[in-house]
Design a protein around this ligand. Sequence first.
Ligand SMILES: Cc1ncc(COP(=O)(O)O)c(C=O)c1O
Length: 401
Amino acid sequence: MTTDTLSTEQVISLAKKYLTQNYTRYPVCLVRGENSWVWDAEGNRYLDFFPGWGCGLLGHCPPRVVQAVQEQVASLIHVPNTWYTEAQALLGQALSERTDFGGVCFFCNSGTEANEAAIKLARLNGKPKGRYKIVTLTGGFHGRTMGALTATAQPKYHAGVEPMLPGFNYAPFGDLAAIEKAIDGETCAVMLEPIQGEGGINLPPAGFLEGLRDLCDKQGLLLILDEVQTGMGRTGKWFAHQHWNIKPDIVTLAKALAGGVAMGGLIAKPEVGDKLKPGTHAATFGGNPIAARAALATIETIDAENLLERATQIGERFHARFTALKEKCPLITDVRAKGTMIGVELSVEGAPVVEACLKRGLLINCTHQTVLRLLPALTISDEQIDDGCDIMSEALQALKA
Ligand SMILES: Cc1ncc(COP(=O)(O)O)c(C=O)c1O
């Protein structure tokens, strides 16, 4: 069977018949991508401010990643973790050297799996002291498997699949006193996103993450940071927590880790990670050579093209554009950005703006009903930023009219 020869209409009709209907999809079938551009089956071109739902950190089909995958796929597609591979070992080294705590790595295939591994690792560390509970924060998002889903303190995601897992307490993001209250003698860890993505690009209040580190130290708890969305240079540092100069015990990663190829993982302080012994945890595809080579190529690209610095510049350019627009457009109530994590909060639902942008050839996202979320590629040009912002401005003004 050939691929990418059907019309959008034909693809939609097959998808409606043969796929589960658990996604709300736009009636667009994408067939090709290059950096911040994507094309649909009819040849229409779109500017993508949200490539791959955060996975396209380097845009679509970044050349080093494409080449690495092509070379790897021709020599060895998959071997299980009963064998060593050079790619996985080198990736462990590359990530560890970019932490401030000399971490050790475990690899899997997605964000939710990375968080499941972190939850198990926290429990394994807490077990000798009889501790197993984890405090997570409202507005957070950690994934869709039952552990990560229970860690996600947004009731809408739990609806219909209860009962949830025992051993999770919730507290508001940014509220140290409430977090302290949620901790008891059986708590082993606090887990959170340093910047909440799905929750609306919520930045931590000043002193919050440092205070949380102190609190965890005092109470003997692990600090787990879910950097699935914030990690790998997205915010202008390899890991977002490095903006606040704290050292977590476990960091989880996915999305951008392998430049768009499916991969997840965690990095743990060695004295924490050493509780993952044979038999405690595993993933058949975890750290497979294709994904590992893609991740190495992603890191190489970020280094070679100075993209951490560029992420900061991109964030500043977007921030300046939307702050200026806010003066003219009262629908915008707040603008939040850290590198290429950008949130534009509206006083109205954002979905019509997403639709209006799509009609004008721009792909953006809306989260938390009222927050327009952009996770643009670190390789986007100033001209593309300006063109896309013009489209968003037009769409917002049209809504106001
Ligand atoms: C912060 C965070 N953690 C975990 C996940 C789950 O990742 P995945 O969909 O790869 O399981 C997401 C996905 O959006 C996320 O944003």
